[in-house]
Design a binder for this molecule. Structure first.
Ligand code: PEP
Ligand code: MN
Length: 283
């Protein structure tokens, strides 16, 4: 493989490309398995909007078969302006996530962007999301690694598999034990068409699996950025051998405070989950 050489695997990526009986086992994060025979679905809103809403969403997605709840309390938003209809709740949002996880007994993954909130995130969630934009924030990776807390490591949209595994290597080197990789779309200048904000690199799934035993899931919501494309890419992720998906779901997607273009309704999420159940045994 051109991108990751044998020498790289020995010198730069010994931990993330290690293959052993132990590394081949599914990762178990708060009772949820990633890897092995599982196709694990994480679902929830882009951003936590209210306590009542996140508790409702947690119940709905769990009923449809999601094993983990997602929801951002801290959002990497492109512009600094906020309004009543476009916002993030910060620490308040973390508390609501905690309420939802206790109410429905469902583990939570949420993004950490700033080291000053690391304890708050660990206290209120089960897994730290490193967002695409922070994939190479090495001081953040170092501190997150030191906590030993499970990590969902999103791929930066401009990074190769080698860079991505390098970020996983940082986490492992500093102390992480359970890492799940997440492909969330990459950019190339000629892909900036109306129909593709990012290109979903499904090929990276078998490529990663050839050299690493870290579980790998796909985010069809943030990669396609278009609700009508989400189910197809979710099913393709299952077909290509991914270990799961992470999906934006909202009671009224067009009114979502962040990312109204990509969230699925409860109904469409449920339809997707039924389709996944049908194709999963065939893969
Ligand atoms: C998200 O999952 O809410 C998110 C912002 O993702 P990404 O880092 O992939 O853009
Ligand atoms: Mn989003």
């Amino acid at each position: 493989m051109k991108d990751v050489s044998q020498k790289d695997m020995e010198n730069n990526l010994p931990l993330s490309t290690k293959k052993s009986k132990q590394s081949a086992k599914p990762k178990i994060i708060s009772g949820v398995e990633f890897g092995g025979e599982n196709f694990t679905v994480i679902a929830g809103p882009c951003t936590v909007e209210s306590e009542e809403q996140i508790v409702e969403i947690a119940g709905k997605v769990k009923n449809s078969g999601a094993k983990m709840l997602r929801g951002g309390a801290f959002k990497p938003l492109s512009f600094p302006y906020r309004s009543d209809s476009f916002f993030e709740l910060g620490i308040e949002g973390l508390k609501y996530l905690n309420t939802a996880r206790k109410h429905h007994n469902i583990p939570v993954v949420t993004e950490l962007m700033d080291l000053k909130y690391i304890d708050d995130v660990c206290d209120n969630a089960d897994m730290i999301q490193i967002g695409s934009r922070n994939m190479q924030n090495f001081s953040l990776l170092e501190e997150v690694g030191k906590t030993g807390f499970p990590v969902l490591l999103k791929r930066h949209f401009g990074c190769s598999l080698r860079d991505w595994l390098g970020a996983a290597e940082y986490l492992l080197y500093y102390g992480s034990k359970d890492i799940v990789l997440c492909e969330r779309g990459i950019t190339a200048p000629h892909t900036h068409l109306e129909t593709s904000r990012f290109i979903v690199d499904l090929q990276v799934v078998p490529a990663a699996k050839e050299i690493s035993e870290l579980p790998i899931i796909v985010d069809p919501s943030h990669s396609t950025f278009r609700r009508s494309f989400v189910p197809s890419i979710a099913l393709a992720s299952c077909a290509v051998g991914a270990d799961g998906i992470i999906i934006d779901v909202h009671p009224e997607p067009e009114k979502a405070a962040v990312d109204p273009l990509n969230a699925l309704t409860y109904k469409n999420f449920d339809i997707l989950m039924n389709k996944i159940d049908k194709i999963k045994p065939l893969i």
